[in-house]
Design a binder for this molecule. Structure first.
Ligand SMILES: Nc1ncnc2c1ncn2[C@@H]1O[C@H](COP(=O)(O)OP(=O)(O)OP(=O)(O)O)[C@@H](O)[C@H]1O
Ligand SMILES: [Mg+2]
Length: 305
């Protein structure tokens, strides 16, 4: 498995704002690589520089052995791009849109095959404006696949979809990964990154603050589990602070969150302290740590605020 994309010290400024602030990473052939971060982190700016849609202020991009600063046209034939918001002419039918996009390339996959793969055959004669949100996103994905790209870029592929439509799209993206397609996707849904991606770069304020497999990211942060208490009350909160539990404590939205690698010890100490105080623990939850917890531990903030 070789490296298919190599990004080094990439920078993009908008006036005084440094939207992308020295980003370096590599993507291996055949992997689904995720860029996870909150709104405004610089995800779209990063991928659009790689796609050749924005000019970097500094840094280098090597895609499939081609220097992006020189071989933009050559790269364009080899990649597929789903933009964060795909603008489509509303009075075009689904199959026509696929034919039209295919005509932009030297080589295109037959529309019928794409319709089948993206579960859109039934909708082939439907006007684009009549599609549901999930169908529209699947069409956008089909259009990005039309030139049978070596590398596929998906910018927030399931943004705004309901859970059912999101899962359907995850299934399709997962299948592309199984077929060996290299996929680079941006998202602010940690479940999406965890489900789909072999490796994830966590981005915040224009910088990559962590990069690894989801499991390794969780392990590296020293978090195994998260113990949460809703509305702990001042008395209990103070007692917990004084007890020095083997946990890192953060508090958000009235909720006390204890990140720990010793969840059973934390829970037994916690219940002991509550008993001593005569406090009934309401809504105590113990769960495996997620990428959301990694982000919270690294930044003190949630991915979606
Ligand atoms: N064309 C532009 N002109 C000025 N500022 C821009 C431009 N494009 C992006 N920015 C700014 O750069 C920062 C990064 O934006 P970007 O769209 O890359 O974030 P993102 O991580 O994709 O966010 P989201 O999750 O909301 O899509 C933001 O602060 C944004 O306001
Ligand atoms: Mg974006």
């Amino acid at each position: 498995m070789g490296t298919i994309l190599e990004v080094k010290d990439l920078v993009k400024r908008y006036g005084s704002l440094v939207a992308v602030d020295g980003v370096t990473f590599g993507v291996d052939e055949g992997e689904i690589f995720g860029i996870l971060g909150p709104n405004g982190a610089g995800k779209t700016t990063t991928v659009e520089m790689i796609e050749g849609l924005r000019n970097p202020d500094a840094g280098s991009i090597m895609m499939l052995g081609i220097d992006a600063a020189r071989g933009r046209q050559e790269i364009r034939e080899l990649i597929g791009v789903q933009l964060q918001s795909t603008m489509l002419y509303p009075r075009i039918r689904v199959a026509e849109a696929l034919e039209l996009f295919g005509s932009y390339y030297r080589r295109a996959i037959p529309a019928a095959q794409l319709l089948d793969e993206l579960a859109l055959t039934e909708k082939k004669d439907t006007f684009v404006e009549r599609l549901s949100g999930g169908q529209r996103q699947r069409l956008a994905l089909a259009l990005a696949l039309v030139n049978d790209p070596k590398v596929l870029f998906l910018d927030e592929p399931t943004s705004g979809l309901d859970p059912q439509a999101r899962r359907k799209l995850w299934g399709i993206i997962g299948q592309l990964g199984e077929k060996g397609k290299t996929v680079i996707l941006t998202t602010h849904y940690m479940e999406e990154a965890e489900q789909l991606c072999r490796r994830v770069a966590i981005m915040d304020h224009g910088k990559i603050i962590a990069l690894d497999t989801p499991n390794a990211l969780i392990a590296e942060t020293g978090l195994e589990a998260t113990v949460e208490i809703d509305h702990p009350g001042d008395e209990l909160r103070k007692a917990l602070e004084e007890a020095g539990l083997p946990a890192r404590v953060t508090e958000t939205a009235g909720k006390l969150v204890l990140h720990t690698s010793e969840s059973s010890r934390v829970v037994s100490q916690l219940t002991g302290i509550a008993d001593d105080l005569g406090v009934v623990l309401q809504d105590l939850t113990v769960r495996k740590a997620t990428l959301e917890d990694v982000f919270l531990a690294l930044t003190g903030r949630h991915l979606r605020e």
